[in-house]
Design a protein around this ligand. Structure first.
Ligand code: RIB
Ligand code: CA
Length: 337
């Protein structure tokens, strides 16, 4: 939905595993005027591939998304065991609200091939991929279509964290779900922005924020309220949080308005071994590239230092995020799903 953007909207592909926060990310991607959602692809994660794909198509109906392709991707990680956090998202992957029957058709093409098709058809550098689930599809894309990597405008992913994990003390779910895939994605030459727990834990859907969303008064806002009610109960029970983090919507918001996040460019490594650290994203703040960085995070003044192509979000303007989400939902209005 890029009705009134003065400059061309940023083209995006959302690769997701709905998942409560993925569903809200889809709504934000559709409603924000600075974004043009080209396709939605799915990957196993919060639930099985079949369930997250059905959920994505059902959320499309809630959002009023039509006319763009939906395609399913990897049903399991590259190497490790499949992890399904049904304690957070429930048996359906989107427990809580009554879901409508899916509307958009499912394309008869693998997600990775759809991504390749879209990247090939659009101007080099014009499409940003936003993964909000495990990185299996994105890693497969890089390995199957190495010649297309340089055409990708960037990868802004929800995942990781430079100081904490959620599934383990060291690892965040999207990375731990497929560490080998994540390692491939972070090692590629494309620009990667990691929107990790360091910032997503600063945008919790606490009751006051939910009141803001409910005040929009639409059927879509009510749908989100019911999503957050279930998601929030899971987070309270499992992690004693006062509200569920808006993990995935923040990654989308960061593309819609990059000023929402403060990022630092630094090398990022994914631990694929380790008894306690498998899936950890290790940020080398000793080697940041941002001369005179006000954060003072290990700035290097070495002019020959090759600026890393990876960046980590270190701070967030939470007010801007919530304003962006309210604006997107207001623009969507009632969809009578
Ligand atoms: O750790 C949070 C991430 O894992 C989010 O993307 C959530 O949807 C789950 O996929
Ligand atoms: Ca997700």
């Amino acid at each position: 939905m890029n009705a009134d953007s003065t400059s061309p909207a940023q083209k995006i592909i959302l690769d997701c595993d709905p998942g409560h926060d993925d569903a809200i990310a889809m709504l934000l991607a559709h409603g924000n005027p600075n974004l043009e959602l080209l396709a939605v692809t799915t990957v196993a994660g919060n639930q099985t591939l079949e369930k997250v794909t059905t959920n994505a198509r059902a959320v499309a109906r809630v959002a009023g998304i039509t006319g763009i392709p939906f395609a399913a991707g990897a049903s399991r990680p590259l190497v490790g065991p499949q992890l399904i956090p049904d304690e957070i998202h429930g048996d359906s992957g989107l427990d809580g609200p009554q879901l409508p029957e899916p509307s958009v058709p499912l394309e008869d093409i693998h997600a990775v091939n759809l991504i390749a098709q879209i990247i090939s058809e659009n101007e080099p550098g014009s499409v940003v991929i936003i993964p909000t689930g495990s990185l299996t599809n994105i890693a497969l894309f890089a390995r199957m279509y190495p010649q297309l990597v340089e055409r990708v405008g960037g990868i802004t992913l929800m995942g990781g964290g430079h100081h904490t994990g959620n599934m383990t003390p060291a690892a965040e779910f999207n990375i731990l779900a497929d560490p080998e895939a994540a390692a491939i994605v972070f090692e590629e030459s494309w620009p990667v922005t990691m929107v990790g727990l360091d910032v997503t834990h600063q945008v919790l859907a606490v009751p006051e924020r939910m009141d803001q969303l409910k005040a929009i008064g639409t059927d879509v806002a009510q749908f989100i309220a019911e999503l957050v009610e279930f998601f929030g109960a899971s987070y309270m029970k499992e992690r004693n949080y006062p509200g569920p983090p808006m993990h995935d919507p923040l990654a989308v918001a960061a593309v819609a308005d990059p000023s929402i996040l403060r990022t630092v460019r630094a090398p990022i490594y994914v631990e694929t071994q380790g008894q306690h650290a498998r899936g950890q994203t290790i940020v080398d703040f000793r080697r940041t590239w941002s001369h005179n960085d006000p954060s003072g995070l290990g700035v290097t003044d070495d002019p020959d230092f090759e600026a890393p192509n990876t960046a980590v979000a270190v701070d967030v303007d939470a007010e801007k995020f919530w304003d962006l989400l309210v604006d997107a939902l207001t623009r969507i209005g009632n969809t009578n799903f």
